[in-house]
Design a protein around this ligand. Structure first.
Ligand SMILES: Cc1cc2nc3c(=O)[nH]c(=O)nc-3n(C[C@H](O)[C@H](O)[C@H](O)COP(=O)(O)O)c2cc1C
Length: 210
C-alpha cells in the first residue's frame, strides 16, 4: 500500500482519529473475567480484555490492569484468582461487573451472579459460567515504556491449577467455543463479537501435520 492510502501516526503524538484504534485493531481479545477475594474476605469480579494465555505447561494466563485496581490489590494480597469464561448469555452480567465501585461492593451480587466455591483457591468461580480456571499468582509485573519509564499498568500472570468445563461444552471430548457462545472484544467502544459455528474454518499447519 502507498503512503497516500495509509493513516500513519505515532501514538505519543496522538492518533488523530475519533476513537483510539489500538484496542479495535488488537482483537478479538478474549475477556479475562476475573474473580478474586480480598484479604478481609470480600468478593470481587471484573472483566479485563487485556487478557490471554501465555504457556501450555504449566498453563499460564495473564491480564493487564490499567491502574492499580481492586482485582490486582486482592491478587497481590492472596496470591489467587479465578478466570471465568464470558459468553453471550452472560454478556450483560459481565458488563455490569465492570462498574467502578468500591472494594467493599460484591460485583457477583451487583450483576446477579452466583459465587460457587472453587476447589483449590479461596476465590469463588462464577457458577453460571461454563468454564473457569482456578489460578495461583506467578508474577505481578509493572509495565514500562521503551524509555524505561514505569507505566501505571500491572500485568498479572497466574498458573492455572484447576479447570472446570461444563460437559455441554465438550463435543466427543473436544472443547467447542461455539457451543459456549464465547464473546470477544474488538472494534469500537461498545463492540463485541460472538463465536458461532458459521465463522469456523480449518487449516492444518505445514510439515507438523497437526
Ligand atoms: C469488556 C471489558 C473489558 C475491560 N478490560 C479492561 C482491561 O483490560 N484492563 C483494565 O484495567 N480495565 C478493563 N476494563 C474495566 C474494568 O473492568 C473496570 O475498571 C473494573 O471496575 C475493575 O474492577 P476492580 O477494581 O474490581 O478490579 C474492562 C471493562 C470491560 C467492560
Amino acid at each position: 500500500m502507498t503512503d497516500a492510502s495509509i493513516h500513519f501516526y505515532e501514538p505519543a503524538q496522538g492518533h488523530g482519529l475519533p476513537h483510539d484504534p489500538f484496542n479495535a485493531i488488537v482483537g478479538p481479545r478474549p475477556i479475562g473475567w476475573i474473580s478474586s477475594r480480598s484479604s478481609d474476605g470480600s468478593l470481587n469480579l471484573a472483566p479485563y480484555s487485556f487478557f490471554n494465555g501465555f504457556n501450555y505447561t504449566p498453563p499460564i494466563v495473564g491480564f493487564a490492569s490499567v491502574g492499580w485496581k481492586d482485582s490486582v490489590e486482592n491478587i497481590q494480597a492472596t496470591g489467587e484468582f479465578v478466570w471465568n469464561l464470558a459468553t453471550r448469555p452472560l454478556a450483560e452480567a459481565m458488563n455490569a461487573s465492570s462498574a467502578a465501585v468500591g472494594p467493599e461492593v460484591d460485583e457477583f451480587a451487583l450483576a446477579g451472579l452466583t459465587p460457587a466455591a472453587s476447589r483449590l483457591v479461596a476465590a469463588p468461580r462464577v457458577a453460571e459460567s461454563p468454564v473457569s480456571f482456578e489460578c495461583k499468582l506467578t508474577q505481578l509485573i509493572q509495565l514500562q515504556s521503551a524509555a524505561g519509564q514505569p507505566v501505571e499498568t500491572w500485568l498479572v500472570l497466574g498458573e492455572v491449577v484447576g479447570v472446570h468445563i461444563a460437559l455441554a461444552a465438550l463435543d466427543q471430548g473436544i472443547y467447542d467455543p461455539a457451543a459456549t457462545h464465547t464473546i470477544l472484544r474488538a472494534g469500537g467502544p461498545a463492540d463485541y463479537f460472538e463465536i458461532i459455528p458459521e465463522t469456523r474454518f480449518k487449516m492444518r499447519r505445514p510439515r507438523t501435520g497437526d
